[in-house]
Design a protein around this ligand. Structure first.
Ligand code: ZN
Length: 392
């Protein structure tokens, strides 16, 4: 068998950052054989400048929105942004399809090996069926009222079935689940149906991305009413609970799910404590997904990184979509985290981008670290986190 041997200025194994004294040995397909000291590696070691890392995991993306690249300007604020996204969906089919192709290739080339990908449609099915990236499809339900809950769920089940059927032909083990979009777009009955349909599955929900989300549940008012108007809804269709949004909606779940909480930009500490306690008491697993470039793009705001770390929240990274990012690169997400939080160690940020994402998506048997028998992909990241490149 032919072996490949790699070393670089630094080698990150998924857990720890090593210097240039370790060599990664794989077979031709990239299956990890061992990680050995230079003195034991023998000949033909390829040497690179930068950091060698296992393949990167993008836990939150919307591949189907790739045609919105450069369409919505930065810093509109979330409500203006959402109104733009829902009203700017009429694009020619060829443009939508081509931008999905381009974005998938961009992610593969920059070292992303698995994606948690949100979709309201099955527009991405064709590209995913031929992709070398692993896809956890989050078929995202939008369903504002209880009256329409059954009808809406039936519609999104069809979308999920289309994706599942199309992706069957792939030899990668993709997955598909139904997920709620956000607390401000899902009625109580719809939440109940999603909870029943997702026993033991991995799901996600956009969480506390704007202060208006809490105001909506606390008072029934606030800026989200502007979004509802676009859908012809004049008042909040949701119960006024007097509580924050996460306290109002997390109790809809009790079916053994792993739930990715996306963004958490305006999540106060007391709600983190609440969410962890609720999850522990009801058999849920919570994952905190940060998409810092999207937060900077939309609101010019950063998520409460230190506070989440204080509470030992499992953290993973996402790019969100081209409607709210300059690129789809986990490396650039790491760069922004390092810039905004200089005290964070590179090792910690790399863990979020690799092993934490693989564990959250339950693909850590194959991905996320350089351990014998895994085929996690090999990525070369330049030391300033400007760019990255898939090596194998
Ligand atoms: Zn999103």
């Amino acid at each position: 068998m032919a072996y490949r041997k790699f070393k670089a200025d630094q080698l990150f194994d998924g857990h720890h950052l090593h210097g240039n004294d370790k060599v990664l040995i794989t077979d031709d397909s990239g299956k990890v054989q061992s990680l050995v000291p230079v003195s034991e590696a023998g000949e033909d070691v390829q040497t690179f400048s930068g950091i060698l890392s296992p393949g990167l995991i993008n836990c939150h993306c919307h591949l189907e929105l790739s045609h919105l690249k450069n369409v919505i300007p930065p810093h509109t604020g979330l409500i203006g942004f959402l109104c733009s996204v829902v009203t700017k969906r009429e694009f020619p089919r060829e443009v939508i399809d081509q931008e999905i192709i381009n974005a998938e290739k961009e992610m593969y080339d920059n070292g992303i090996v698995a994606v948690g990908d949100i979709g309201n449609t099955a527009d991405t099915a064709e590209v995913k069926s031929k992709s070398k990236i692993r896809w956890q499809n989050f078929v995202e339900v939008l369903s504002f009222t209880d009256e329409k809950a059954n009808e809406n769920i039936e519609h999104y089940k069809q979308v999920a079935n289309t994706l599942k059927q199309k992706l069957q032909t792939s030899n990668l083990k993709h997955r598909t689940s139904l997920v709620p979009h956000a607390p401000y777009s899902i009625s109580p009955k719809t939440f109940k149906l999603i909870n029943e349909l997702t026993k033991g599955q991995i799901i996600s929900i956009h969480n506390q991305e704007h202060p208006a989300e809490d105001i909506l549940y606390k008072t029934g008012g606030g800026d989200y009413l502007k979004l509802f108007k676009i859908f012809g809804i004049d008042q909040s269709p949701f119960p006024v609970t007097g509580l924050s949004s996460i306290r109002s909606v997390l109790p809809h779940f009790n079916n053994g799910q792993t739930i990715f909480l996306i963004h958490n930009t305006f999540m106060p500490e007391e709600d983190v404590v609440f969410a962890k306690e609720y999850a522990n008491a009801h058999g849920l697993k919570l994952i905190w997904c940060l998409c810092i470039n999207a937060n900077l793009y939309i609101e010019n705001k950063v998520p409460p990184v230190e506070m989440l770390m204080t509470h030992d929240c499992p953290i993973v990274l996402g790019t969100d979509s081209y409607s709210s990012n300059w690129q789809l690169s986990i490396t650039k997400e790491m760069q922004s985290l390092k810039n905004k939080f200089p005290s964070l160690s590179i090792e910690t940020i790399l863990q979020w981008a690799t092993i934490n994402g693989a564990e959250a998506l339950q693909w850590d048997k194959e991905l996320g670290s350089f351990e014998k028998g895994k085929r996690p992909g090999i990525v070369l990241i330049d030391s300033k986190f400007e760019s990255s490149k898939k090596m194998l």
